[in-house]
Design a binder for this molecule. Structure first.
Ligand code: GUN
Length: 280
């Protein structure tokens, strides 16, 4: 039987509408600074989408587009300025940064109270403990999609492919917090196919088009595709070979229109949360 499609566009619209209403109801003044360094075309698209979402929600966005040759010192100085700016509740530095800039150093400079990506070590530590203010946007978006389909994670076999700090590791934590039995796979995993075939919930965050094929998926599994890739024809596609896997899965997220819009919706939620934390 063909899988049910989890509509990330619809779920994200609902989350953004909730954020918009909350801001309107309470008359909150919320600001998000978005920093982009260089001219990576994918980053430009993401940043534009984040700014659009701010507009929809009634959040003021401040864009800082810096040239690729910006020095680390200049970028850190900007972060210091934004940390001190009361109009700015959230600071987002779009990754990846140009090679000569140390991402970790830049992220660690952001005030943890304004770190709406939840990339700062202080926030990552809180996620690990399970006591957190900011949810990591992409994993939180995946959880929201899983919930929207009425799926209970408790006791399920969950397999996450990919161990990045942005997605794989925090995703594993959120599934664990909901009592999933979690396995994290990566490039050194032996028998990847066999491990994936155990999954009731399979999350693909690999960054390779069509990596997850039908033979890696159990009948009736829930498949969450975090990948955003371009295939040989330049068409946007996920990490999952969609057509064949959709024949086997019970639920599947499409690309585009799945996890992508959710990441941005959760960012909006975090930005309002940042405002609340700073108002205390
Ligand atoms: N690059 C890819 N995904 C993200 C994200 O969620 N936040 C930031 N800041 N950069 C990214």
């Amino acid at each position: 039987m063909a899988a049910q499609i989890i509509d990330g566009k619809a779920v994200s619209a609902k989350v953004k509408e909730e954020v918009r209403q909350e801001i309107e109801r309470e008359g909150l003044e919320v600001g998000l600074a978005v920093v982009i360094v260089g001219d990576d075309p994918a980053s430009r698209v993401y940043v534009n989408n984040k700014k659009k979402a701010c507009e929809v929600c009634g959040i003021k966005s401040y864009e800082y587009a810096l040239p690729a040759e910006t020095t680390e010192e200049e970028l850190l100085e900007l972060v210091d300025t934004l940390n001190a700016d009361e109009k700015v509740n959230g600071i987002l530095v779009q990754l990846p940064l140009p090679k000569h800039l140390n991402e970790e150093k830049v992220i660690e400079r952001i005030s943890p109270m304004k770190d709406v990506d939840a990339f700062h070590a202080a926030n990552v530590g809180k996620i690990m403990i399970g006591n957190y203010a900011f949810l990591p946007c992409t994993p939180a978006g995946c959880m929201e999609l899983i919930h929207s389909a009425g799926i209970d994670v408790s006791g399920k076999e969950c397999v996450v492919i990919g161990r990045s700090n942005i997605v794989g590791k925090p995703m594993a934590m959120l599934l664990l917090h909901e009592n999933g039995t979690v396995t994290v796979c990566h490039s050194r995993t032996k028998d990847l196919k066999e491990v994936c075939r155990r999954a009731d919930i399979l999350v693909a965050a690999v960054g390779r088009a069509g990596f997850v094929t039908a033979d890696m998926v159990k009948d009736g599994a829930v498949v969450i595709d975090v990948g955003i890739n371009r295939n040989a024809d330049g068409k946007l596609c996920g990490d999952v070979a969609y057509d064949e896997v959709a024949e086997k899965a019970s639920f599947i997220t499409p690309v585009p229109g799945g996890v992508g819009p959710m990441t941005i919706a959760m960012l909006m939620k975090n930005t309002v949360m940042a405002k609340r934390i700073q108002s205390k």
